[in-house]
Design a protein around this ligand. Structure first.
Ligand code: KQY
Length: 362
């Protein structure tokens, strides 16, 4: 019977390994809600299935689905993708799934953060979110892994680690009033150090322009390996993203990681800018209280929202002139992996991308 610890990973010798380390597998959730996903979620389901199939070539994939979608998802997904019934409010396993931590003996446990749909009643994206908040615990039960329930609202997309003591995050997100308004920056940092077991937290000021998560770092910047960071970029100084990326670059260039290394920053030019079309907006069900998605809205598109799996990197593409350059640059930076592009506009329309819908189990 899995145990819930009242200690912390740091106290028990567990830490979050880097995503680019080896995985036992990948967890995902199946998209279904029609106020997030247009046309009854069918185009998004095809995109999620393509991501699952791409990852499944490299490591085991488990897809959690609501009861009403079980037969349909099982039918669409490749046979080697494990499909389990797992109630959820929406499909963002990165954010409501567990953060897995390991120790030097090779044991694995999970951190179950509080989840409030990216801002609760202050600026959250939907209500209720109770099913999502229970996802991490259920995943850990399925895997018979012990759990830490962290006293902090946090989504997996708001942190990256290098596996060597450094955490990357954004102040815009972690200090946003909808998450942990009673906690100071120092208190939040202390929790990150305890639950991820890191020595140093790098606070990039802001995330991607118009990112509905209040600036998750996983859309802006990530570690490619210790000491090397990929950063979404634009050369267009009139684009509101320019000052955000330039500010992140300036900040990162003045920092060292937990081991005292200066960081090398690799710019990946963003797609677009991309906007929600009238046809796409018309395909969404209008639900009172749902996050408004209107024709002409700027989409928070970025190639940085990619996912490392064993031996590969699964990168979102947008049928955009920048796709080829982004894939080629990432392949050059990651010669030890196969860089694979997957059309991901349908995932972007829901407000995130491939990294947001996946969660690695080391
Ligand atoms: O950035 C992420 N990790 C998730 C994006 C969630 C968008 C919710 N509509």
């Amino acid at each position: 019977m899995p145990h819930t610890f009242s200690t912390t990973p740091r106290a028990d010798g567990f830490f979050m390994p880097a995503e680019f380390g080896p995985h036992r597998g990948t967890w995902m959730l199946w998209p279904q809600r029609t106020d997030t996903w247009r046309l009854g979620a069918k185009p998004a389901q095809a995109a999620f299935a393509a991501v699952a199939a791409a990852i499944a070539r490299f490591e085991p994939v488990t897809m959690g689905v609501n009861h009403s979608q079980y037969a349909h998802a099982r039918q669409i997904l490749p046979p080697d993708v494990r499909v389990v019934e797992l109630s959820n409010n929406d499909a963002w396993m990165r954010d409501c799934g567990p953060t897995f931590v390991v120790n030097q003996q090779g044991e694995t446990r999970g951190v179950d953060w509080g989840f409030n749909a990216w801002g609760g009643l202050y600026n959250g994206l939907y209500f209720p979110w109770d099913l999502d908040d229970a996802v991490a615990r259920k995943v850990l039960e399925i895997e018979r892994l012990d759990r830490y329930r962290a006293p902090l609202v946090l989504e997996g997309g708001s942190i990256h680690v290098d596996g060597q003591g450094t955490c990357l995050t954004t102040a815009e997100c972690l200090l946003s009033p909808g998450r942990n308004p009673a906690l100071s920056k120092d208190e939040i940092e202390a929790y990150l150090k305890e639950y991820l077991n890191v020595e140093k937290v790098l606070w990039i000021p802001r995330g991607v322009y118009q990112d509905e998560t209040s600036g998750h770092v996983d859309n802006l910047a990530c570690f490619l390996r210790p000491g090397e960071v990929a950063l979404t970029w634009t050369d267009d100084r009139s684009d509101p993203q320019y000052e955000r990326s330039a500010e992140a670059l300036d900040y990162l260039l003045t920092q060292t990681d937990a081991r005292g290394r200066k960081l090398s920053i690799h710019k990946i030019h963003q797609p677009g800018p991309l906007y929600l079309t009238a046809e796409e907006a018309a395909g969404l069900d209008v639900v009172e209280g749902a996050y408004p998605r209107r024709a002409g809205d700027r989409l928070a598109a970025s190639y940085i929202n990619f996912y490392f799996c064993n031996g590969a990197t699964i990168v979102p593409t947008f049928n955009d002139p920048h796709d080829a350059e982004a894939l080629a640059t990432l392949q050059r930076l990651l010669p030890e992996r196969r860089v694979i592009g997957i059309p991901a506009r349908e995932i972007l329309l829901g407000g995130g991308n491939i990294h947001c819908i996946t969660q690695q189990q080391p």
